[in-house]
Design a binder for this molecule. Structure first.
Ligand code: ADP
Ligand code: ZN
Length: 438
């Protein structure tokens, strides 16, 4: 297979050149950081006075970590390093875990960001002959405009359809011959259910690919979307603190996400000791943004859990790959003392073919104990007078889950289309325990 590169030089440069490039960009980023109200003091305390204080990547360790809390405390201008008249745009995070944070861009920042998204899109095989329907929220959320500009840069015909409204999405796909879409994985699953419900003829669509990201999903979920829709699904990772999409993306080998190291310096650390973990082991991803002058961010603790691949990728790109995100450090549920990530449940249920396209995890107090209920959608056909097949399936799901997560859950089966669907990121967990403790 031949792989197409958007920028052969940047994507395949030697590791030494990549390191030299990172040092040069880190020096610029540090001097930008010194111009922000937030970083001035901690950098001075670390003995960093200007770009001359950074001469190699080992100097990274001298720089302070930045947390989401820091970004919030610096709201609104604590991290701004250029005069307001040079700021051309701002974006904010979705606020999944609290108050959103704001990121500012200069004109050059937008150009650089667009370049990383274009590189990512092109690397999946897309060209200007593609018609791209961007089925994600536009507005302050970075997924809309980020993918939009990247798609235009590649030269694709971009349809800014935004999220939601499946009927209108189908119409656009048919009218304009959409070949590639971008959405959350949960929306793609929902779209497929609706497609069957509304009797949309798949053979009349030209759909070939999807970019899916913004929320965690398992390899089985990817396989399911690919099979049901007959397309290739590429994992897209980004976060507003690092511009948005275009931080790490799968190439056509679909084996880990290339993290664009000429734009970001990745570290993977143990969240308690803050020491780097060995390649292959899971830890918290920490990112330094090298491609933005307006809002420099150093060693940002993403709270996203992943690991590096030790081996280079067969596609020829030299940028390191990270594993599919397992979840966030703060997603972890503790149920009767057992640690559990929602992604562990998803992995199990999405591998059971009778299970439908949507699910919900509910955690409640039951006296002194915690009770875990997993609600999944299943095909209508199973809801018949004879409840034996239904009960057998329920029992099979329960047993498979228990074997994998060591917690005995209650399983509820619901008709397809009956569990709530969100337009943005899916809400997979309802945990009422905190409220009941008050
Ligand atoms: P928020 O933190 O409010 O959700 P963002 O909109 O910036 O703000 O979302 C970024 C976060 O979304 C990431 O830190 C990560 O947790 C999640 N995310 C983004 N892409 C993926 C992906 N491909 N897989 C798993 N999680 C993802
Ligand atoms: Zn690759």
């Amino acid at each position: 297979m031949t792989y197409q590169y958007w920028d052969t030089h940047l994507e395949t440069m030697s590791r030494e050149d990549l390191t030299a490039c990172q040092v040069a960009l880190l020096r610029k980023t540090v001097s930008a950081a010194l111009r922000t109200p937030f970083y001035r003091k901690p950098l001075a305390a670390a003995g960093i006075r200007g770009e001359e204080s950074v001469t190699s990547l080992s100097d990274l360790k001298r720089l302070p970590f930045t947390t989401k809390h820091d970004l919030r405390s610096g709201f609104p201008y604590g991290f701004l390093s250029i005069p307001q008249e040079r700021v051309v745009r701002l974006h904010a995070s979705s606020g999944t875990t609290g108050t959103p944070t704001t990121i500012y861009f200069s004109k050059d920042d937008i150009t650089r960001w667009t370049g990383f998204v274009a590189r990512s899109i092109y690397g999946t095989g897309c060209t200007r002959f593609d018609v791209f329907q961007n089925m994600i929220t536009y507005g302050l959320f970075t997924g809309g405009l980020g993918f939009h500009s990247g798609g235009e840069e590649v030269g694709m015909t971009v349809i800014p359809s935004g999220a939601g409204n499946t009927t209108r999405q189908f119409r656009l796909m048919q009218d304009f011959g959409t070949t590639v879409v971008h959405a959350t994985p949960s929306f793609l699953l929902h779209l497929e259910s609706k497609m069957r419900e509304e009797g949309v003829d798949r053979s009349r669509l030209r759909l070939k690919r999807a970019f899916a990201g913004a929320e965690p999903y398992s390899e089985d979920t990817r396989a399911r979307i690919e099979e049901l829709l007959g397309i290739d699904v590429y994992n897209s990772y980004g976060l507003s603190e690092m511009n948005g999409p275009g931080v790490a993306f799968e190439c056509q080998r679909k084996d880990g996400l290339h993290l664009w190291e000429d734009g970001f310096i990745p570290e993977i650390i143990h969240p308690d000791t803050l020491e780097p973990v060995p390649d292959g082991e899971i830890g918290e991803l920490v990112l330094t943004c090298l491609c933005r002058e307006a809002t420099p961010i150093l060693r940002y603790r993403t709270r996203d859990l992943t690991g590096f691949y030790a081996e280079p990728c067969g596609c020829g790109r030299t940028h390191r790959r990270i594993q599919r995100i397992k979840g966030r450090t703060d997603d972890m549920l503790i149920i009767n003392g057992v640690n559990l990530f929602p992604s562990q449940i998803e992995e199990v249920i999405m591998s059971i073919k009778e299970v439908g396209n949507n699910y919900l995890i509910v955690v409640e107090k039951d006296g002194a104990l915690d009770r875990l209920t997993v609600k999944t959608e299943v095909n209508q056909a199973i809801f018949r007078d004879d409840t034996r097949p239904l009960n057998a399936l329920k029992e099979r799901i329960r047993k498979t889950l228990q074997a994998s997560i060591t917690i005995n859950p209650k399983v509820e089966l619901h008709e397809s289309g009956s569990l709530p669907v969100s337009e943005g990121k899916a809400t997979r967990v309802l945990d009422s325990r905190a409220a009941s403790r008050l």
